[in-house]
Design a protein around this ligand. Structure first.
Ligand SMILES: [Zn+2]
Length: 73
């Protein structure tokens, strides 16, 4: 799979990414597996990973301003 931005090589890495679930509420998911471009650092989240992210975000306490969760549970 190649980068949609520059055509570079994508590599599977684990990274920490913030997701905004409300205007004043952010969830950081740690160790999220993404495909990251070695050339321009653009990243791509696979559909199966995104589905699990959606599940995680649905279970989050939405009254918290900041929540830090691990993807690998
Ligand atoms: Zn790229």
């Amino acid at each position: 799979m190649n980068c949609h931005n520059c055509g570079g090589q994508l590599e599977k890495v684990a990274t920490d990414l913030p997701f905004k679930i409300k205007s004043d509420s952010i969830v950081i998911i740690k160790k999220l597996p993404v495909q990251q471009c070695q050339n321009c650092n653009e990243y791509l989240i696979e559909d199966s990973v995104m589905e699990k992210v959606d599940n995680i975000l649905n279970k989050v306490d939405k009254t918290a301003e900041l929540e830090i969760l691990s993807y690998a549970v």
